[in-house]
Design a protein around this ligand. Structure first.
Ligand SMILES: Cc1ncc(COP(=O)(O)O)c(C=O)c1O
Length: 398
């Protein structure tokens, strides 16, 4: 397939029977099988044709022994990040991990001791809390504020949390899932200055970096300058951009050699060494040949976000889209319905028959919100929105 091929993201691809977490695991997760899944963050789109071909070619070889990436892998990765994320990582600073969450957990173990506090800005992607607590550390929440339909943070309050908790580690979500903020350079610098002043290492999860929507530009924490980068771990991955979550390929850049050694030790002490062969093949092929697919996918998903916003404004104005600046995850404020948590569950699952992520799993500040994954064919999105809005306008207590 040539690189200027047109992709048809309207195509409905049946994912049932592929052991898909989104489509095949409802029963295991205690959900009804008829719910329309709009939750976990993967896309219902086939990956770029060149990447499928690369996987096919590699699989025809038939031997899948231990694998190490070659120079071409790192060149493709660093070139992509330079073209799309505004900075050029040094491949020598790369620590490979089977996913970003694995890296977050390793960082918690590498840079803190049991019982110490780690700062997060809630509501935030729920594994942030899990990797802290599951490793016997304490979550120090510095909640975001939400005013006039937009999320922000108060740097004085952030600093107070750092001081009072004595934290030496901050897990930053940049861009932020689920609230969709693309943090500006000024905002990152403000957070970074607090962290530098208090000796706090910053782990910047930049897995959504390729999704800055019109009017917004992603700023990598690493691009703030050497002083900031030397106290930071930058988590990147082709996983969200190219829908490769199941192939577990992520590239974690740690410019400071001493921090890098500590992170590598934490990765090794978890028993991990060589990467998944197919993840490396797919990651490289996407970064080398995925430009056109990426541009088309982004245009499609952005239209889905606009469609979602317009649809709910027209059909269920009580459900307010917090317009994302990044990510294909739409954070919907349902609080004006005035429902208890259990009633919101009844509306969304019981009546609308949707499987979504409810806001409270991202932290108590998320109560009354839901998160919808709109990286799907538009007809599927329309069906979900139709079910949701009908349920919202007819729900008994509304
Ligand atoms: C902010 C963020 N980090 C990490 C991940 C998951 O990364 P991985 O599958 O590489 O562990 C997600 C997935 O939704 C995410 O939103």
């Amino acid at each position: 397939m040539s690189e200027d091929a047109r992709y048809d993201f309207d195509e409905i691809i049946d994912r049932h029977g592929t052991d898909s977490l989104k489509y095949d695991c409802a029963e295991h997760r205690g959900k009804s099988v008829d719910l329309l899944p709009m939750w976990v963050a993967d896309m219902d789109f086939r990956i770029p044709a060149e990447a499928i071909e690369a996987l096919e070619e590699r699989s025809r070889h038939g031997i899948f022994g231990y694998t190490e990436p070659d120079d071409a892998y790192y060149i493709a990765t660093c070139d992509w990040i330079e073209r799309h994320q505004g900075w050029r990582p040094d491949s020598a600073a790369c620590v490979l991990t089977p996913g970003v969450v694995f890296a977050l957990a390793a960082a918690v173990r590498a840079f803190t001791e049991p019982g110490e506090a780690v700062v997060i800005q809630s509501p935030v992607y729920y594994p942030f809390k899990e990797v802290i607590e599951d490793n016997g550390r304490i979550v120090a929440r510095a909640p975001l504020s939400y005013e006039g339909g937009r999320y922000a943070f108060d740097v004085v309050a952030f600093e107070r949390v750092v001081e009072e908790s004595g934290a030496t580690l901050f897990l930053l979500c940049n861009p932020h899932n689920p609230v969709g903020r693309v943090w500006s350079e000024g905002e990152l610098r403000a957070l970074g200055d607090v962290c530098l002043a208090h000796g706090v290492t910053v782990v910047s999860d930049e897995i959504h970096a390729d999704f800055a929507w019109p009017g917004h530009v992603h700023t990598s924490y690493a691009s703030l300058g050497d002083e900031y980068a030397r106290r930071a771990v930058i988590c990147t991955s082709p996983g969200k951009t190219f829908n490769l979550a199941g192939l577990q390929d992520s590239n974690i850049f740690v410019p400071n050699a001493s921090l890098r050694r500590r992170l590598m030790h934490a990765v090794a002490s978890a028993g991990y060494s060589q990467m998944n062969t197919m993840g490396l093949v797919a990651g490289r092929a996407c970064y080398e040949h995925g430009e056109s697919w990426y541009a088309q996918m982004k245009a499609y998903v952005w239209e889905n976000i606009r469609f979602c916003d317009a649809y709910l404004r027209e059909h269920a104005p009580a459900l307010r889209v917090v317009m994302p600046e990044s990510t294909y995850l739409v954070w919907v404020d349902c609080r004006s319905l005035g429902l208890e948590n259990s009633q919101l569950h009844e509306l969304v699952e019981g009546r609308a028959r949707l499987w979504v992520d409810f806001g409270d799993i991202f932290g108590p500040e998320g109560e009354g919100f839901i998160r919808l994954n709109v990286a799907c064919p538009r007809s599927v999105l329309e069906r979900a929105l139709s079910q949701l809005s009908s349920a919202a306008v007819t729900f008994p207590s509304v």
